[in-house]
Design a protein around this ligand. Structure first.
Ligand code: XBP
Ligand code: MG
Length: 242
């Protein structure tokens, strides 16, 4: 196993426990757009099996509402785009208001990894606006300088569990998968990282607890107390088999 050179982070659920804020933003956008849609936590937990906010809206409209009818005469795609833009604005406002902190241990691990010369990257299915808002708030205006690669919904149209976004990061870094560790929170994310060939550490949230994490290198409550020495020790080990 090559020595550890890079850490690749998922965003939603991994760097921060964001999904309850995404859920609030979706419902705020539905109301603002005059749609009689309301997602509760139990439904959202199911809808999170669909990566990508636009894809999730369309899935709900098709599968849960029964059929897609042009609710406002402006075409289904136009409505999905407009609702998702409103949702992204609502979510960004919550992040900018300081409501969305990084998860325990994340900031300390990012800082220690940088001191140890490990390269950092982002591999997410969320929108670039969301990534920038979260990391600008958490790491400051120059957050982008900390990451050698940021791949997201704008670079990878095929969403997790497809491995495309991780393959894009690996190509940008010019590293082989075994030289990296991926960090995820969900089964879709784990499958994407594993399909890209990477050892993967999972820190589930209450939205993803109970998912199938077979193949993870570790499944942890959080990254609290996890240091670079731990990652180097675990990096050479075989994946867990549940
Ligand atoms: C999680 C997702 C995203 C978010 C919502 O992304 O699937 O769709 O739920 O964000 P990650 P968007 O890969 O970081 O876990 O509405 O911007 O998609
Ligand atoms: Mg995630």
């Amino acid at each position: 196993m090559k020595h550890l050179q890079a850490l690749l982070f998922d965003v939603d659920g991994t760097l921060a426990d964001t999904e309850r804020f995404h859920l609030e933003a979706f419902n705020q956008a539905f109301a603002d757009e005059g749609l009689d849609w309301e997602w509760d936590t139990a439904l959202y937990r199911r809808l999170l099996d669909v990566s990508g906010g636009k894809e999730r809206i369309l899935y709900y409209w098709n599968q849960v509402r029964g059929h897609v009818v042009d609710v406002d005469g402006r075409g289904v795609r136009d409505t999905v785009e407009r609702v998702h833009l409103a949702k992204t604005a609502a979510y960004e406002a919550m992040v900018n208001a300081g409501r969305v902190p990084l998860r325990p241990g994340v900031l300390r691990l990012l800082e220690e990894a940088k001191r140890h010369g490990l390269r950092l990257a982002i591999a997410t299915t969320t929108s670039p606006t969301n990534v920038a808002a979260l990391l600008r708030r958490a790491l400051g205006p120059h957050w982008r300088l900390d990451f050698q690669a940021v791949c997201d919904a704008s670079t990878a149209p095929l969403k997790k569990p497809h491995p495309l976004v991780y393959q894009q990061v690996l190509r940008t870094l010019g590293l082989p998968p075994p030289a990296c560790i991926a960090f995820e929170d969900s089964s879709n994310g784990l499958r994407a990282a594993r399909a890209a060939g990477m050892p993967t550490i999972v820190t589930p949230t209450r939205f993803t607890a109970g998912h199938d994490f077979a193949g993870a290198l570790r499944v942890l409550d959080s990254l609290s107390g996890v240091g670079v020495a731990d990652l180097r020790a675990w990096h050479g080990e075989p994946a867990l088999v549940h």
